[in-house]
Design a protein around this ligand. Structure first.
Ligand SMILES: C[S@@+](CC[C@H](N)C(=O)[O-])C[C@H]1O[C@@H](n2cnc3c(N)ncnc32)[C@H](O)[C@@H]1O
Length: 221
């Protein structure tokens, strides 16, 4: 497959990856079993997970505590987590291995490099919780949630598949709604029945008095 770099603006902060020894050990020990690298052809989820269960993609899972919690609670669902930051991937892998979760795979990659290899109409859900808010106006272009990006990930959803976004920045929440409402084949639906584990950034934000905005949209066709 021809490699296609979809976006050159980075949505994440470049950080020195200071790994703790436990995170490094988890990467060394558990990447071979639970890690995936960017493939050369589109993913074959059936062979990756060994079953035909639905696949949920999480982009930017941070330390992965909520991803692990969700995967424990939903053993009949397959989870694919993509996170660029090494320490987060190490922490997540430690949690995945500790619970011996067979329904999780983890990638230490920029999601933009992974996107072309996800088959169209293959995912039941895409979740992006508390993406970097890039609060300064001149940095808004670095926000992950943009019309072109949401169009691209919507192709990857099955019909009736769900996009679940959350943020604790009111200004980003308004931007998210604006973007989501511009996608013709996405429709907002009620969040009342919905629960998800709290994430690390969410808990940190709550301590600072931040609000939380969740958005659930369904692919209509
Ligand atoms: C503010 S943190 C939130 C982490 C987690 N979802 C939580 O709520 O605790 C955003 C995360 O997204 C990751 N991220 C941002 N852009 C990414 C990209 N293009 N590919 C993979 N990860 C990305 C960052 O490294 C960071 O860990």
């Amino acid at each position: 497959m021809e490699e296609k770099k979809l976006r050159t603006v980075r949505s994440y902060v470049r950080r020195e990856s200071r790994l703790t020894s436990a995170q490094q050990r988890a990467l060394d020990e558990f990447m071979p079993q639970w890690g995936l690298t960017v493939p050369t052809t589109t993913f074959d989820f059936r062979s990756i997970y060994g079953n035909d269960n639905e696949v949920v993609l999480e982009i930017g899972f941070g330390p992965g505590t909520s991803l692990v919690e969700q995967a424990i609670a939903e053993p009949q669902t397959n989870f694919l987590g993509v996170e660029i930051h090494g320490p987060g991937v190490g922490s997540c892998l430690a949690g995945v291995a500790k619970n011996n979760l067979q329904n999780v795979r983890v990638m230490r990659e920029d999601f933009m490099d992974v996107l072309p290899y996800i088959p169209d109409n293959s995912l039941q859900k895409i979740q992006i919780f508390f993406p970097d808010p890039w609060p300064k106006k001149r940095h808004h272009k670095r926000r992950l949630i943009q019309v072109e990006f949401v169009v691209d990930i919507t192709y990857k959803l099955k019909s009736q598949g769900i996009i679940h976004l959350a943020t604790d920045w009111e200004n980003y929440a308004a931007h998210m709604v604006n973007v989501l409402n511009r996608i013709g084949n996405l429709q907002q639906f009620s969040t009342e029945r919905f629960s998800r584990p709290k994430t690390k950034f969410e808990i940190r934000g709550e301590k600072l008095g931040h609000g939380v905005w969740d958005f659930l949209y369904r692919k209509t066709e």
